[in-house]
Design a protein around this ligand. Structure first.
Ligand code: NAD
Length: 477
């Protein structure tokens, strides 16, 4: 089977590539040009994929673990072999700069290998093995799973769901975002070389497809990454058939900067962790609390750094930020600017607006000096390159303000005093908390959100368990 990454994007159902009568396409966010056509799946396609998945599950779930690992490792090698081509496709569909696209595509191979290493530790637990009985706690696969993917990391998030699903003996249907279906469809097409028909399938579609999948009685598990608003709909729909759900949702991560830091260095680091991927990261820094005694020099350093950040098409080497991924998100982020005064904007920009509406969805980095703490930019997930700076004096007060959010994905504390930093860090209500860094996640550690940032975790041994049912097996001798 030849594998051409840049043309013919199709569904994969039961090992076969297939198209649909109706098609749609994404937009290259740097140019506004149409990307190639992709399928718009029907209810019938969903039923076919679920039936094929159920059939494939019978044998895949019985395969020895070593055989599953072997297939996944070979798949990881193939992804790595094609990483440069995947990276180009990722730039074209998502917009991110080529060096980060390359990192993401290569990183996907690494994710599979690390997950395979970790999965070897997911063993049965022996509760008792006496003369009269043996009690074993087993991890059994759930069945047909669905991975629902957002548009910010379409390559790595596909693999983050696919690898643990298959390692634990499940089969999976990947549903990419309609904005970024390309890498996911090709990752699944490539997977057909390594897995039997029906084990890894992909369906591309419009807004009807997600609900068809979450409602389908033949599906046992939904692993969803996306916004908190959609996550609630997914959970509601999945509840009707009591599907297992893992929800990785939105964030409003606070960074708390203490008074003893190297101001220039930390201002640049914290701001860069808010601007990476043009701010379109669930774990991006989304509000910055700076100690009052260093607030003014920090603000100055943050603005100076933001002005040096290279913004442009992802195809050009050296850009740190590409465009926003889609017109909907572009308009949403522009909405935050509409709420701000000209004085607040002029700090970062000599122009009246940080965008020009010509061609791509580009927005230049913007720092907002002490907005009202109840304003939209201080409370809502912006998912764009606009960062509010707020000040603090009292430790308990800043902890309470950082925790005063319905979201709890990540948070960080920046300080040279590790005792103080660790004291603050332990009181933050978030699934991922860092000291002197932000969003450095490790595939060996569980990743998930508190409050409305999610339910369950992915990553590490804890994440693998979420792809399994527990079975207590009592053997009377
Ligand atoms: P989104 O919720 O709009 O869409 C996510 C996916 O859900 C897409 O594939 C979409 O087609 C699908 N979908 C939409 N409606 C659905 C429904 N009713 N039923 C089932 N599926 C449905 O999110 P987005 O705009 O693509 O992504 C941005 C959001 O994702 C941000 O809030 C971000 O913080 C979050 N995110 C979270 C993580 C994490 O790991 N916690 C990672 C990346 C992004």
């Amino acid at each position: 089977m030849t594998f051409d990454i840049h043309s013919t994007f199709q569904n994969t159902i039961n090992g076969q590539l297939s198209s649909t009568k109706e098609t749609r396409h994404g937009i290259n966010p740097a140019t506004g040009e149409a990307n190639p056509d992709v399928p718009v799946s029907t209810q019938e396609d969903v039923d076919k994929a679920v039936a094929a998945g159920q059939e494939a599950f019978k044998t895949w779930s019985e395969k020895p673990f070593e055989e599953r690992v072997k297939a996944l490792r070979a798949y990881a090698d193939a992804i790595e072999e094609h990483a440069a081509e995947f990276a180009k496709l990722l730039v074209r569909e998502q917009g991110k700069p080529i060096q980060f696209a390359t990192f993401e595509a290569k990183g996907s191979a690494g994710i599979i290998r690390t997950q395979a290493d970790i999965a070897a530790d997911l063993k049965d637990e022996i509760i008792e093995d006496s003369d009269t009985k043996k009690i074993i706690v087993r991890h059994t696969p759930i069945g047909v799973a669905v991975g629902i993917i957002p548009w910010n990391f379409p390559h790595s998030l596909t693999v983050i769901k696919l690898a643990p699903a298959l390692l634990t003996g499940n089969v999976i249907i990947i549903k990419p975002s309609p904005f970024t279906p390309y890498c996911a469809l090709k990752l699944v097409e490539l997977a057909q070389r390594f897995f039997p028909p029906g084990v890894v399938q992909a369906l591309s579609g419009d807004e009807r497809l997600g609900p068809w999948l979450t409602e389908h009685p033949g599906i046992g598990k939904i692993s969803f990454t996306g916004s908190s608003a959609t996550g609630k709909k997914v959970m509601e729909s999945a509840s009707r058939t009591l599907k297992r759900v893992t929800l990785e949702l939105g964030g409003k991560d606070a960074a708390i900067v203490c008074k003893d830091v190297d101001v220039e260095k930390v201002a640049a680091e914290v701001v860069s962790k808010g601007l990476f991927n043009s701010g379109q990261v669930c774990l991006a820094v989304k509000r910055i609390y700076v100690h009052e005694s260093i607030y003014e020099p920090f603000l100055k350093a943050a603005v100076s750094y933001a002005k040096t950040v290279p913004v442009g098409p992802g195809t050009e080497e050296g850009n740190f930020m590409g465009p926003l991924q889609n017109s909907m998100q572009y308009e949403k982020v522009k909405g935050f600017f509409a709420d701000l005064s000209q004085d607040q904007l002029s700090l970062s920009h000599s122009d009246t607006q940080p965008f020009d509406d010509k061609g791509g969805f580009f927005i230049r980095p913007t720092i907002i000096d002490r907005p009202d703490e109840r304003s939209r930019i201080a409370t809502e997930e912006q998912f764009g390159p606009i960062l509010p700076l707020l000040s603090w004096t009292d430790e308990d007060d800043v902890i309470a303000r950082a925790n005063n959010s319905n979201l709890g994905l990540g948070a960080s504390v920046w300080s040279d005093d590790l005792t103080q930093a660790s004291r603050i860090a332990r009181k933050l209500q978030a699934g991922n908390v860092w000291v002197n860094t932000h969003f450095e996640s490790d595939p060996r550690a569980p990743f998930g959100g508190h409050k409305e940032s999610g339910i369950g975790t992915e990553g590490g041994i804890h994440g693998l368990r979420a792809w399994c049912n527990l079975q207590s097996l009592y053997l009377k001798k």
